[in-house]
Design a protein around this ligand. Structure first.
Ligand SMILES: [Zn+2]
Length: 309
């Protein structure tokens, strides 16, 4: 299967620390390489990974607080410096268009890269990609904020031994997938006879929000959920006041939504010991739990096994 993984550039909220760069994440998903929320220093963090600026196909910004977008000027200029040959799509809350325009043209540079600017205008906006659907959902934060999810449709996995048994090979396989059946010497072979159902995979990215319907809509059955847990429960009142989640809330969302692999990130600098996020989340979530660290890679878990029928 093609590569599907999350590359973590930074994990700090608000202010970077000696251990944590400002936020920033890259999702590799088949032919899409999507940069989410590039905070300050993202361009340099990329140098420590296997992703280059020229690999990027798309940039998604959840909102225009600095820790989620101050990396845009450097990253955008780098696209032109490196003469990226393909267009790069950019999504962000439409209400923040003025901030985007300023960041994009923060300084003088020779612009050669083609940016396809497609702001998110409404809750539930969908963007069709070759590998699935990118969907934006409104979140609850003091300024206009959208989380994103990438949903691959369910499909079929062809079974080579069954294809071989019927002598089906080459272009006939494509026709069978497309049409749903194939007539061979007077006998009809259906797609279901030579394939099994294949669950589509889901990735969700939930940043800077209090608990709201959008959080659950994004997290639903995610194979990999990246979600902010700025605070611990000891600061739950403060978290609610400023539009953020605690580790316990994020973990409960993951459990209630059937998430398989949970990545907590966007940590407040007030907690030097990140094991506390793990311990708190573990009380509410018993799936794969990862406390994000800068410059680490998290794989999408293997596909959910399709249930019979
Ligand atoms: Zn924010």
């Amino acid at each position: 299967m093609s590569m599907r993984e999350l590359v973590v550039l930074g994990t700090a909220s608000q202010a970077p620390t000696r251990q944590r760069n400002h936020n920033g994440y890259v999702l590799r998903w088949d032919d899409e390489v999507i940069l989410f929320d590039p905070g300050e220093g993202s361009q340099r963090q990329l140098l420590h990974t296997t992703v280059t600026a020229s690999d990027l196909t798309r940039i998604c910004v959840t909102h225009f607080h600095g820790d989620h977008c101050l990396g845009l000027p450097g990253t955008i200029q780098r696209l032109s410096l490196d003469r990226v040959p393909h267009p790069v799509a950019v999504h962000f809350p439409a209400g923040g268009a003025e901030y985007f325009a300023r960041l994009r043209h923060a300084t003088s540079f020779y612009e050669t890269a083609e940016l396809r600017v497609e702001p998110i205008e409404a809750d539930g906006q969908r963007i069709a990609l070759s590998c699935g659907t990118l969907e934006a959902r409104r979140l609850r934060h003091p300024i206009e904020t959208y989380g994103y999810r990438l949903v691959e449709p369910d499909g079929h996995r062809m079974l080579p031994e069954k294809l071989a048994a019927y002598g089906i090979a080459g272009p006939a396989v494509g026709e069978l997938i497309r049409v749903g059946h194939l007539d061979l010497d007077g006998r009809r072979v259906t797609r279901d006879e030579v394939s099994e159902p294949r669950h589509g995979q889901r990735f969700a990215f939930v940043m800077d929000t209090g608990l709201c319907d959008g959080v659950y809509a994004l997290a639903e059955h995610a194979d990999l959920l990246v979600i902010e847990s700025t605070f611990l429960e000891s600061e739950a009142a403060l978290a609610a006041e400023v539009g953020h989640l605690t580790a316990a809330q994020a973990a409960r969302v993951a459990t209630e939504s059937g998430v398989r692999r949970l990545v907590l990130t966007h940590f407040s600098q007030r907690y030097p010991d990140s094991r506390r996020f793990h311990d708190e989340a573990r009380e509410y979530f018993d799936g794969d739990l990862i406390i994000a660290e800068d410059l680490t890679t998290v794989q999408l878990p293997p596909r959910r096994v399709a249930s019979a029928g």
